[in-house]
Design a protein around this ligand. Structure first.
Ligand code: NAD
Length: 410
């Protein structure tokens, strides 16, 4: 069996949309290749006096619709394939969200948990120094991703400002509020998905008191579980990297957060029956929310999925061979490029507020986010209906149209 390629899988998804939508030969060629991939070394003097060199990447997949936008991931498993796939997803995500950005992504091969705070700060500042020439509020705007947070953004912002000799808050998003962050950014990814799920309830696609299973209990997973629980849905299963729990009577996510803090894991009998991450994916629930990693549902297990609807909060949790099986079994999939677009939409709001120097209330941020995701969900439903294609293909058709139009105009 050949190893799973996240980037290869993403390209196959695009091919499906290109079969359905006629665009110019030029636009087709351009959108199938990353515009730029920068690899660089970040030399670091460690606390113990030793010296290490870390590898960093920044991919700018396509900038036809505006400056590229996307997070920076710190993880030992970062690869060119992954960074390109994530930059690709950002390009199509920004297009379906209708925000004026292209897509980019960055990463450093590092286990951030093995670094001291001082080393982490030096690494983050080093990243900005090495990639400075291609970054900027009108070129390429980074943000947090796995294992990078608002503190890392603050160090990066400060390094950028130091080199630029001026305050340029729009260089990076996901910043702390005190230095130009936006209200509502921290739970925005889950919030966008929440508004779509509530819209689906309104449309009668799923019941009001639906049962829900969430894989992954980090920023995205914790927030979506809490929001849906507060709205009267029944959270019957949760998991983290160490395993999961299942309780048909329902789990209070706030209790799960507290218990996880105490025990260092979710899989404890006081929350429910201990299950594996694989078992969670196969539970008889109304809504399944993968909120951890890519390639969780594929040809090997898609046939066992019993959920009525899957909401992809993670990037790329369903491989293309799994998609075909889910489609055949009439399981609704809300694709990642729309389901988790809330994060980049509120990042866009942060950049807009930075550029204006005028800041919005939390209510304004949420109302604007709700408008966008509901508008684009309605768009997706009508393209899916009109073309008789899956929600994922419909989402890509909308994005392809918008990107192609921008490419053809210049
Ligand atoms: P996070 O690091 O805060 O949380 C990840 C969670 O997944 C943790 O609970 C971890 O224990 C769990 N996990 C790791 N390996 C697992 C496994 N094998 N099985 C089950 N759980 C596992 O990350 P996050 O910010 O919540 O991001 C989660 C996903 O959502 C990623 O795919 C990310 O790209 C995507 N996403 C996040 C945002 C955002 O703003 N946070 C935006 C868009 C997309």
């Amino acid at each position: 069996m050949t190893a799973f390629s996240f980037y290869g899988n993403s390209q196959k998804v695009l091919q499906q949309a290109l079969l359905e939508e006629q665009i110019s030969a030029r636009a087709k060629e351009v959108m199938q290749k990353p515009a730029r991939m920068l690899q660089f070394s970040i030399p670091l003097r460690m606390d113990d006096g030793s010296f290490r060199v870390f590898t960093g990447y920044r991919c700018q997949y396509n900038d036809a619709r505006g400056p590229t936008k996307g997070g920076i991931r710190y993880h030992p498993d970062v690869t060119v394939d992954e960074v390109q796939a994530l930059a690709f997803l950002m390009t199509f995500k920004c297009a379906i969200a209708g925000i004026p950005y292209g897509g980019g992504k960055g990463g450093v091969i590092v286990d951030p948990k093995s670094l001291s705070v001082t080393e982490l700060e030096k690494l983050s500042r080093g990243y900005v120094r090495e990639a400075y020439d291609i970054l900027g509020p009108d070129k390429d705007i980074p943000a947090p991703d796995v294992y990078t947070d608002s503190q890392v953004m603050a160090w990066m912002a400060d390094e950028y400002n130091t080199i630029a000799r001026g305050k340029r808050p729009g260089f990076i998003t996901g910043k702390p509020l005190a230095i130009g962050g936006s209200l509502g950014r921290s739970d925005s990814t889950a919030k966008g998905a929440f508004y779509i799920i509530m819209d689906a309830v309104q449309r009668g696609m799923i019941p009001k008191g639906a049962t829900v299973a969430v894989q992954g209990f980090g920023n995205a997973g914790e927030n979506i579980a809490t929001m849906l629980y507060d709205e009267g849905m029944k959270i019957v299963s949760l998991s983290d990297s160490k395993g999961g729990v299942y309780n048909p009577a329902g789990i209070d996510p706030k209790n799960a957060i507290a218990k996880k803090k105490e025990a260092g894991k979710l899989s404890i009998t006081t929350l429910g029956k201990i299950i594996t991450n694989q078992e969670l994916l196969e539970l008889p629930v109304d809504i399944l929310i993968p909120a951890a990693l890519e390639n969780q549902i594929n040809a090997s297990n898609a046939g066992k999925v019993q959920a009525k609807m899957i909401v992809e909060l993670a990037n790329g949790p369903i491989a293309i061979d799994g998609d075909a099986i889910l489609d055949k079994n009439r399981i609704i999939v809300i694709p990642d490029i729309l389901a988790n677009a809330g994060g980049v939409i509120v990042s866009y709001f942060e950049w807009v507020q930075n550029n204006m120097g005028y800041y919005w209330t939390l209510e304004e941020v949420y109302a604007k986010l709700k408008d966008i995701v509901e508008r684009e969900f309605a768009n997706l439903l009508s393209v899916s209906e009109e073309k008789k294609v899956s929600f994922r293909t419909a989402a890509y058709i909308i994005a392809v149209r918008r990107i192609a139009e921008a490419i053809d105009l210049t």
